[in-house]
Design a protein around this ligand. Structure first.
Ligand code: NAI
Length: 359
């Protein structure tokens, strides 16, 4: 999934981009549908105070494209889409705005399913669901899948196990030192999986509450000052679980870990970093492959949520990661490139089947 800078939807290959406005509530939303080759496009709604409409459009184009690749490799019968609401959620989020937004989603007739993302929560999806059937990530009380970070962390752990097997011969983190940057919803669950597996965890977070939580819950976890210290620390695995762009020229130059496997979206700061990592002997488990547990969790809601079924599917992230790492070796390319190729192959091979008429 190469990084691109165009804000021209036809140049980026999108099927459809929809601008929505409801003046009385202040709703300004853009829904990006990259591909419906595998099924309805699924991706969350980001509610964010973008500096300009162009910035919002750029983000939705990039994010919706990423979802198509993520959903394809998560073995879902779903295409890729995403939406942004342009505005400060603290200032303008209201029942009326969310319901107006829900009506726009409904008007797309099921081509796009939404869910939570930065700035939107399960309680918001419950409100959106009063106007549209095409919403996931609702609360458990409303038949939803609830907090998606549970299976996101489980999937990251599975991807990390596959990377450990590839790098060291055994699918376990036992006896390894794993550095987690970001002890949020995902980082907390991941810490538990790693400790249960017998790993040592060293972590950091900018938030005092998150640091306090880990100190109280898992006193055996070492806390370091910041991500820069973590990257330079004596760790075997680096797990970025905060914001994007964690792997840039500076961090990769000092990184001591031999595996990078974390939850954060868009970890590669710019194209080419995946090659620098590979040249340094660092195995990078592509972010969108191993963090797909969350979308798997919310996608399951479309059939009527069943946690065990969703967990089984998220567990298969182990096999997918293993296959990508094998393919990368076989084709002599970094894992990020191999993942893109595999996703494109599935979109083409399975998407083509729709050309067979059903009568
Ligand atoms: P969160 O907002 O609950 O946690 C992020 C944590 O990172 C917070 O505790 C924050 O204080 C910390 N943080 C922020 N900047 C930091 C820095 N510079 N250094 C250290 N810590 C820092 O978010 P969540 O849900 O845990 O997600 C983590 C990452 O995983 C995000 O990038 C998100 O986009 C991605 N992701 C999350 C999914 C989910 O289901 N929650 C699904 C797929 C990806």
């Amino acid at each position: 999934m190469g990084v691109f800078s165009s804000t021209d939807a036809t140049a980026t290959g999108h099927e459809q981009v929809v601008f929505c406005q409801d003046k009385p509530t202040g709703l300004k939303a853009i829904i990006g549908i990259y591909s419906t080759a595998l099924g309805p496009a699924l991706g969350g709604t980001r509610f964010y105070p973008y500096e300009s409409e162009e910035a919002a459009l750029h983000d939705v184009l990039e994010l919706s494209r990423g979802m198509a690749y993520k959903n394809a490799l998560a073995d879902l019968d779903l295409g890729g889409g995403k939406a942004v609401i342009w505005g400060d959620p603290e200032q303008i989020k209201s029942e009326a705005l969310l319901r107006a937004y829900g009506r726009f989603i409904q008007s797309l007739g099921g081509r796009y399913y939404t869910a939570c993302d930065v700035g939107t929560y399960v309680s918001d999806m419950d409100i959106v669901a009063r106007e549209t059937r095409y919403v996931t990530g609702r609360s458990v009380e409303h038949g939803g899948a609830g907090d998606s970070s549970v299976l996101t962390a489980w999937g990251v752990f599975q991807g990390m196990r596959a990377a450990a097997e590839h790098q060291w011969g055994s699918p376990t983190l036992a006896g390894r030192r794993v550095g987690i940057a970001g002890l949020g919803k995902v980082g907390k669950h991941l810490t538990k999986h790693l400790l249960d597996d017998g790993a040592a965890v060293v972590a950091t977070d900018v938030n005092d509450r998150a640091r306090g939580w880990v100190r109280n819950t898992y006193p055996q976890v070492d806390l370091v000052t910041d991500a820069a210290e973590l990257v330079g620390a004596d760790i075997d695995v680096y797990a970025p679980c905060a914001l994007g762009g964690a792997l840039n020229d500076e961090t990769v130059a000092v990184l001591r870990a031999k595996i990078v496997a974390g939850a954060a979206n868009n970890q590669l700061a710019h194209p080419g970093i995946e090659k620098v990592l590979a040249d340094r002997g660092v195995l990078y488990a592509p972010d969108y492959v191993i963090n797909a547990g969350g979308v798997i969790q919310v996608a399951d809601e479309i059939e009527g949520f069943n946690f065990e079924r969703a967990k089984l599917r998220a567990t298969r992230i182990f096999d997918t990661t293993r296959e990508i790492l094998r393919l990368a070796d076989a084709e002599g390319v970094p894992p990020a490139v191999a993942a893109d190729r595999l996703a494109e192959r599935r979109m083409a091979e399975i998407g083509r089947l729709r050309s067979i008429r059903l009568g």
